[in-house]
Every structure is written in structure tokens, then in C-alpha cells.
Design a protein around this ligand. Structure first.
Ligand code: HEM
Length: 504
């Protein structure tokens, strides 16, 4: 045997041993089953650019709860709705993965990536403050309706010209968050505001693309590498948004010091935050409501609220193009309830059941947060579905897969709003296997706002316009999304809009 053959043989034996060792570790500790990977790297190079789809494929081989080693991390993915429901309510799983690329933006703080007592205090505050400043209140509905009017005017101005609605939707939806957080909206032509909006989407995409840096941090230092370049762009975008947000926070601080608007304390989220800080300092002499927490909370509200809502409305338009009969049924229902010169409002919602069911079916198949938002991690060892999961594993709920589980959704890829209607009463129902906003202790804090926005934007566009794609639109929605671990957004598409004339 020559030296070369001996080296190769020795390397094979070591590799074989490591793979065997890794396997015996899994079996011995009853970790969830999953695909074997390379020593040290695990399945890092076997994970496709579309993790929710890849994990679903593995779950079809190994079972509904699987584990995958990615670099130094153990990744546990849950594909069973009942198991997901039971764990999402537990405190032990409210941790966030410190190495998650989302942390480039959130730095372990604020509403999205914070954890522990401080996070719990701020989540409680956010839920109350958002309610106080308007979530679920009529002025907010007025604001959404004003955004819709602007958007509809913009579509009118485009005439028969094909239009990519994404940037305009993003601006309108961001403006709603601005109304809540900053107490003001921006003109759709404001250059700094446009940059902020664009950066939110671009950053989410970049955060997915620089994912390998999370497992192998040295990659961000490789000169001239694409990853290093994307990493730098991401950091520069984040800094530019930070400057903009902090200037608005500074304006608020000045207003707050001088008794903003005659001392009204419920005007917007930032003012409520500053009030809470003052109250805690007066009462206890200390507070967790500091400047860092304020900045990261604002970032969390933008991050959580912009792309998700925009994406859902864009998917809704795609499904309507692909299902003209359903589109017509939605439009007929709206025409029967809302007069031609009215806007569709919350008061009509109870009568627009098919429209509502259509939105829910869009949310099911769109699965805007395919892995249920930012990754979770468990503070202590725990059991999931009878398997052992060591502390600080990365735990994801594959919402994308659960929303396609035939146990809950017969013929899952068929777009069928009837799934969400009770066959006897015709009322809208919320069947098991549906969790677009997550469940439990870290579920979406903007759910009421998101539901209102999606309904008002979608229903008013449907009421006012017919729309069709430019040329052939042979789109399979299952394969029409940007590769991303964070948001499942559709690829770019253009539509031609035409005003509807409704014959009374
Ligand atoms: C259709 C639109 C939306 C969808 C589908 C959505 C979905 C979700 C999901 C799945 C989660 C993670 C749940 C979990 O980890 O268990 C989440 C978290 C969050 N969402 Fe939303 N969301 C939407 C709109 C909004 C809006 C409008 C806001 C802000 C007003 C918002 C703010 C947040 C925040 C701050 C979190 C983090 C909560 C935490 O970690 O405790 N979301 N959202």
C-alpha cells in the first residue's frame, strides 16, 4: 500500500468513526431522527437555499420531528401541529438563537430577539401600548383607509401601464407602522422614508443570504467574497436606517420634554415608551426602558410588520390571477354589500365571509413566515414529542409544512377558501393546523393590525380594479418565492389594472 492510499484509508476510517459517533450520540440520547451530515459541518452543505421546503422533504423521510446538525448547532424542526401547539406555550422555549442572522439587526434586544425577564416586561408593555395608541381603534382604520386611497390613486395614475405593486405596498404598510410608532405618516415621495422602506425588504433578503456566516463566522472576513460584500451592504443599510430612526426618536424626546401636544400621553408608541420610562424612574429610580431598548423595539415593529403584511397582499393578488372564478366570487360578494362610492371598511367584514375566507386561504398557502418567524431556542433540556432536545438547540416550527399537511388540509395544494367556512352556518372558522401568526408566548403582537390591513387593502383593490398579468403567467405558486429562511415573498411580477364598472 503506498502512502497516498494509506492516507485516504486512514481519512475514511476517521470519517466513518465520526459519522458513527454522531449517530450513536443521537440514538443514545434519543434525539429526533434526521439526515446524517459530515463531521464538523453536519448538513451545512446539504441544506438547500429554501430551508422550509428542504426540511419538509426530510420530514417525509424521518418523521414529523427531525433533527439536523448544521455546523456546531443542533437544529430541531417540528412539522406536527399538535406538538407545535404544545411547545409554543412553554416558557422554556421562548429563547432566541443568539447567532441567528436576525441578530445582525436586533443584537439580542427589543421585541423580536430579546429574551428573559426584560423581554417579557417589554412585550407586555408593547401589547398594552399598541392597544392604547390605536391598534383595534377606529382612527387606525381611518389611517389604513387613507393609505388605501393613496394607493388606489397611484394605481389609477399608472393607467394601463404594467405595475409592480411591491414598492408601493411596502411604503403604504410602513406608513401604518409610522403612524403607530412615530405618530405621523410620510409622503410617498419622501426620499429618506423610501430608503427606509426599501432597506427593510432588502435587509430581510440579505439576512437570509448571509445565513452561512451564522454557522461559520469567519466567512464574513473572506476578502472579495460575495458573502463578505453582502454582509457589508447589510451593515451599511442597518446603520443608515438607525440614523433615520434615531433622529425621529430625538424629535420625540424634545417634544416629550416640553409636554408634547398639551400633555397627551397616548399619541404614539414612542411617547408611551417615554412616559413609562419617566413613571418607572419616578417610582423606583431605575428602569429597563432605556434608549437602546426603545430603538430595538421600533426596529422590531418595522421588521415584524412591514414585509409580512405586504407579502400577504401580494400573494393574494397572485392567487386571484390564478383563480379567476374565486376572484369573481369575491368581487360579487363585495359588490352586493358595499356601494360603488363607498370604501370597504371593518363594519362590512361580518358580511364579507367569502372574502375573509379567501384571505385566510391565501395566508395558509403563502405562509409568509415559513419557519414561524425568528428561531427559538430552549433554555433547558426538554422533551419534544418523546425525543430529547438538549438546551440551546435551535427549534423551528415548519409552518410552511404544517399549512400543507394533508391531515388538516385535504388536497393541500388546491386553493380553496371553502376550507375556512363552516358548511352549515357559512361562518368563517379557524380550523386546526393553521398558525400564520404563531401561537403562545411569542406569537405575533401585531396580529389585529395585520388582519385589518390585509383585509382593507385586499378588499378595496378587489372592489375597485380588475387586474391581469402582462403576457402569459404560467406561475406555480409553490415555486414562485424568493429563497429565504425568514419571509416567503413572491418573486417580482407586474399587473395591468383597469377600473371596474359595477352595473347596479
Ligand atoms: C400578515 C402579517 C403578519 C404576519 C403573518 C405575522 C406573523 C408573525 C409570526 C409568525 C411571528 C412569530 C411568532 C413566534 O415566534 O411564535 C410574529 C412575531 C412578531 N410580529 Fe408579526 N406578523 C404580521 C404582522 C405584524 C405587524 C403588523 C406587526 C407590528 C405592528 C408585527 C410585529 C411582530 C413582532 C414585534 C413579533 C415578535 C414577537 C415576539 O418575539 O415576542 N407583526 N409575527
Amino acid at each position: 500500500m503506498d502512502l497516498w492510499t494509506m492516507t485516504i484509508t486512514a481519512a475514511c476510517i476517521v470519517m466513518g468513526f465520526l459519522i458513527w459517533q454522531q449517530r450513536s450520540l443521537w440514538v443514545g440520547r434519543k434525539l429526533p431522527p434526521g439526515p446524517y451530515g459530515l463531521p464538523f459541518f453536519g448538513k451545512l452543505f446539504g441544506m438547500s437555499a429554501n430551508p422550509p421546503v428542504q426540511l419538509k422533504l426530510w420530514s417525509e423521510i424521518y418523521g414529523k420531528i427531525i433533527s439536523v446538525r448544521l455546523g456546531r448547532n443542533l437544529f430541531v424542526a417540528v412539522h406536527d401541529f399538535e406538538v407545535a401547539k404544545s411547545i409554543l406555550h412553554k416558557d422554556v422555549i421562548t429563547g432566541r438563537d443568539a447567532l441567528d442572522v436576525m441578530n445582525v439587526l436586533h443584537e439580542g434586544q427589543g421585541l423580536v430577539m430579546g429574551e428573559g425577564d426584560r423581554y417579557r416586561e417589554h412585550r407586555r408593555f408593547a401589547l398594552t401600548a399598541l392597544r392604547d395608541v390605536g391598534m383595534g381603534k377606529s382612527w387606525l382604520e381611518q389611517s389604513v383607509l387613507a393609505e388605501v386611497s393613496d394607493l388606489i390613486a397611484l394605481i389609477d395614475r399608472s393607467g394601463a401601464k404594467p405595475l409592480n405593486l411591491r414598492p408601493h405596498m411596502t411604503q403604504s404598510v410602513s406608513n401604518m407602522i409610522c403612524a403607530l410608532v412615530f405618530g405621523k405618516r410620510f409622503s410617498l415621495g419622501d426620499a429618506t422614508f423610501n430608503k427606509l422602506c426599501n432597506n427593510v425588504g432588502i435587509n430581510l433578503q440579505l439576512m437570509s443570504e448571509v445565513q452561512p456566516v451564522r454557522a461559520l463566522p469567519f466567512l464574513k472576513y473572506v476578502p472579495f467574497g460575495k458573502l463578505a460584500q453582502k454582509w457589508r451592504t447589510l451593515k451599511a443599510n442597518i446603520q443608515s436606517n438607525r440614523t433615520f430612526i434615531e433622529s425621529l426618536i430625538d424629535d420625540h424626546k424634545q417634544g416629550h420634554a416640553t409636554g408634547h401636544n398639551g400633555g397627551t400621553s397616548n399619541m404614539d408608541y414612542i411617547h408611551r415608551f417615554l412616559d413609562e420610562r419617566a413613571a418607572q424612574l419616578a417610582e423606583k429610580g431605575e428602569t429597563t426602558f432605556d434608549d437602546e431598548q426603545l430603538y430595538y423595539s421600533v426596529v422590531g415593529l418595522f421588521g415584524g410588520g412591514t414585509e409580512t403584511t405586504t407579502t400577504t397582499v401580494l400573494w393574494a393578488l397572485i392567487y386571484m390571477v390564478l383563480h379567476p372564478n374565486i376572484k369573481k366570487r369575491v368581487q360579487d360578494e363585495i359588490d352586493a354589500v358595499v356601494t360603488a362610492n363607498q370604501q370597504v371598511r371593518l363594519e362590512h367584514r361580518g358580511l364579507l365571509r367569502y372574502t375573509e375566507a379567501t384571505i385566510l386561504e391565501v395566508q395558509r398557502l403563502a405562509s409568509a413566515f415559513p419557519l414561524n418567524g425568528a428561531r427559538r431556542t430552549n433554555f433547558e433540556d426538554m422533551e419534544i414529542g418523546g425525543f430529547h432536545v438538549p438546551a440551546r438547540s435551535i427549534i423551528v416550527v415548519n409552518t410552511y409544512a404544517i399549512h400543507r399537511d394533508p391531515k388538516y388540509w385535504p388536497d393541500p395544494l388546491q386553493f380553496n377558501p371553502e376550507r375556512f367556512l363552516d358548511p352549515v352556518t357559512g361562518n368563517v372558522k379557524n380550523p386546526p393546523g393553521f398558525l400564520p401568526f404563531g401561537i403562545g408566548k411569542r406569537s405575533c403582537i401585531g396580529e389585529p393590525l395585520a388582519k385589518m390591513e390585509v383585509y382593507i387593502f385586499f378588499a378595496n383593490i378587489m372592489k375597485d380594479f380588475d387586474f391581469q398579468p402582462v403576457g402569459a403567467f404560467n406561475v406555480d405558486p409553490e415555486n414562485f418565492s424568493k429563497a429565504s429562511t425568514v419571509i416567503r415573498a413572491p418573486l417580482n411580477f407586474e399587473l395591468q389594472f383597469a377600473r371596474r364598472t359595477v352595473v347596479a
